[in-house]
Design a protein around this ligand. Sequence first.
Ligand code: CTP
Length: 400
Amino acid sequence: MLAGKHIVLGVTGGIAAYKSAELVRLLVKEGAHVRVIMTQHAQEFITPLTLQTLSGNPVATETFSLTQESEIGHIRLADTADAILIAPATANIIAKLAHGLADDLLSTVLLATTAPVLIAPAMNVHMYAHPMVQENMRKLASVGYGFVEPSEGFLACGYEGKGRLADPEAIVEELRATLTKKDMRHERIIVTAGPNAEPIDPVRFITNRSTGKMGFAMAKVAWRRGAEVTLVSGPTSLDPPRGVRFHSVRTALEMQKAILEAYPTATMIVSAAAVADYRPAHVAPQKIKKMGGNFSVELTRNPDILGELASQKGNRLHVGFATETEHVLENAVRKLRNKNLDMIVANDVTQEGAGFAHDTNIVTIIDRTERMETLPLMSKDEVAHAVYDRLLAMKAGNGE
Ligand code: CTP
């Protein structure tokens, strides 16, 4: 996503300036070309040499420097940037930008650019809450500037509250979203992910090998593309993606309940969860003790969540996933028809690099006309983009 992109990182004067080193490292690791601009005060907290070394590019600090102008050129920085990130952003740079001031290199580049700008504020808790700072941020947001909200916690100034620079990983994720085309802005999507855990007694349950990675990628990518996302997930070890409404559930019945709550206003459902088809017919109230002989658990059917929604579908798009070990395409087409889906994403988990626990997948996308397209091995994020590209094309084809 960030590979090959030209990112200008503006660093302003606050104690969190030292975290810009980590940001540069993360961006470079992703293959971005990073050009750093430091304000004069930022250089009191971290040296240009540190950021120059990490970024592999000269750091710009002065507007009217003959050497910097010929080497870097401030208008060139403004023109070539795919995005500008200001992290940390002080109350001062926010105020300058909100009032169209250009009295140093960073503020000048900010006025001269047409690239998207993402601002990660960091300041004292009372400064952040100050009505003028809030007013300036509202003003900037209303004309399209993006913000990564500061987090809460202990601040270097000794106070506790909101004002700490957001986590560098969260800032980078927001930057990815900034650079992604917002072609799903009108979609409200329910994504399901992960396994179910169906209890047998208070300490045991039946589950499956789903890790949730494919569903989480579907949720994350939809959010990056501008959709409103509700992610309903069974137990996984993954952190909820940024920006999504997250419902953590365990059983298939809990999953169905959370889906039904969000369904009336949804435009799309992407069902990547490995829903448990069965649950123990009786859940023992106490831990079951072993006895002689065999032991069996009677199972009862869970609802087919996606299948049951078919009758109230309207013009929503329904997308299913079929994880198979044999007769992959035949099984997938049968599910597409039985559940009245618009698309099913089939994968054979016996293939190397596909299915559970991998960050990659090999899938065949089958649309409602039963046209099949097998995609090469790709990351789960790329699979998610491919699925949404085809769904949006399908919508456009319908005139929706
Ligand atoms: N699904 C569902 N509710 C279920 C089972 C599955 O909503 N009780 C959804 C899955 O999330 C997936 C699709 O239906 O999107 C296909 O799931 P899969 O488990 O592959 O198929 P099943 O319907 O369970 O069929 P089978 O048991 O024949 O594999």
